[in-house]
Design a protein around this ligand. Structure first.
Ligand code: PGA
Length: 357
């Protein structure tokens, strides 16, 4: 068992690894047998080397931390007197949440959404974007603060021409927006957009300088007939052929059978697909693209299920439909930060109880 004698008066930041970012640090010294330990919680990646835990730390981790953060990685650096433990909260991928308004807003609805999103405290470590109907792109951009991006929900595959009813990537940029959603499941299933067309749209949008939320999806029939991976693999292969710069692509996987159907995908079902998508990138594109590309989930994400999902190893955010019209979107944007706060609260409580001893 570890001894939790707190000695915050002897914290010396010089003992912290120099590479440690200062975004969020929670430093506590514990006397652990003869070993002094600094525990640092960070939401940013570090360059510290991962080394096997000492037996004492192996005891400490499950007792104190694992119940709070199943997804943690402990990184330790040891000097003669001190072991620093960095709890890596995140991967190198910034959490990404896009609220897709679909065809469900007018100016007054946009005003009310802007009001509650602006008033809320949004986790700055999450990249937040809204998907807006094309006729309101400029309006939404003007009303929203700069820390919230604006995406179009579709665009065509060429810069201009006689294509009535379509909009171009250049027009989206001209409205001050930098994102576009392409291959949304509703475009694929209701408007029968094939992989080839989506591929050309993605290629053109990237070439024009936009960032792309590229969607892949499975239907209920796909899942029932056991062909989920076959369908997703084909969509990924087509998509990958169009991508010139993966740093400007977020992949959104939607379980259509779990979108507004009353059926929810379980975290295990979601993790299974996301991990397959990441593996696919690893084997067919590169290790670095697999490690850095954000893969997000869509399908009835709400305040109720976002926190549990936010811990999934391969999940980097959400594409949100209905809940983006409600204040739920705030909880979803903050879903990952909430367990950082839980750790901070945990250690504060520890501190209080130690003072009482
Ligand atoms: P949903 O929609 O969250 O209402 O299921 C997600 C989407 O299709 O963008």
């Amino acid at each position: 068992m570890y001894c939790t004698r707190l000695a915050s008066d002897v914290i010396k930041t010089s003992h912290l690894p120099s590479s440690l970012p200062s975004v969020l640090r929670l430093k506590r010294w514990y006397k652990l047998s003869m070993l002094r330990v600094i525990i640092t919680v960070t939401s940013q990646p570090t360059t510290s080397q991962v080394i096997p835990l000492t037996p004492q730390l192996q005891q400490l981790a499950p007792l104190v931390l694992t119940p709070l953060v199943p997804k943690l990685t402990l990184v330790t650096t040891t000097t003669t007197t001190t072991t620093s433990v960095v709890i890596k909260m995140d991967s190198q991928r910034r959490f990404f949440v896009i609220g897709n308004w679909k065809m469900n807003v007018d100016k007054s609805r946009i005003d009310s959404i802007v009001k509650f999103m602006t008033a809320a405290s949004l986790n700055p470590r999450t990249e937040a974007v809204v998907g807006c109907p094309s006729c309101y792109l400029s309006y939404a951009r003007q009303q929203l603060p700069n820390n919230i991006g604006v995406a179009a929900q579709n665009c065509y595959k060429v810069a201009k021409g006689n294509f009535s009813g379509e909009i171009s990537a250049a027009m989206i940029e001209d409205c001050g927006c930098e994102w576009v959603i392409l291959g949304h499941p509703e475009r694929r299933t209701i408007f029968h957009e094939p992989d080839d067309l989506i591929r050309e749209k993605v290629a053109h949008a990237l070439k024009s300088g936009l960032k792309v939320v590229a969607c892949v999806c499975e239907t209920k029939e796909d899942r029932d007939e056991g062909r989920t991976w076959q369908v997703l693999e084909a969509q990924m292969a087509s998509l990958a052929a169009s991508v010139s710069d993966w740093s400007r692509v977020v992949i959104a996987f939607e379980a259509l059978w779990a979108s507004n159907t009353g059926v929810l995908a379980t975290p295990n079902q979601v993790q299974e697909v996301l991990s397959q998508l990441r593996q696919w990138l690893r084997h067919n594109v590169s290790h670095s693209v697999a490690d850095t590309t954000r893969i997000i989930y869509a399908g009835s994400v709400s305040s109720d299920n976002c926190q549990e999902m936010a811990r999934l190893a391969d999940l980097d955010g959400f594409l949100v439909g209905s809940a983006a019209l409600r204040t739920d979107i705030i909880d979803i944007i903050n879903a990952r930060g909430s367990y950082v706060s839980r750790i901070v609260n945990f250690f504060s409580e520890q501190e209080r109880s130690l003072k009482r001893i």
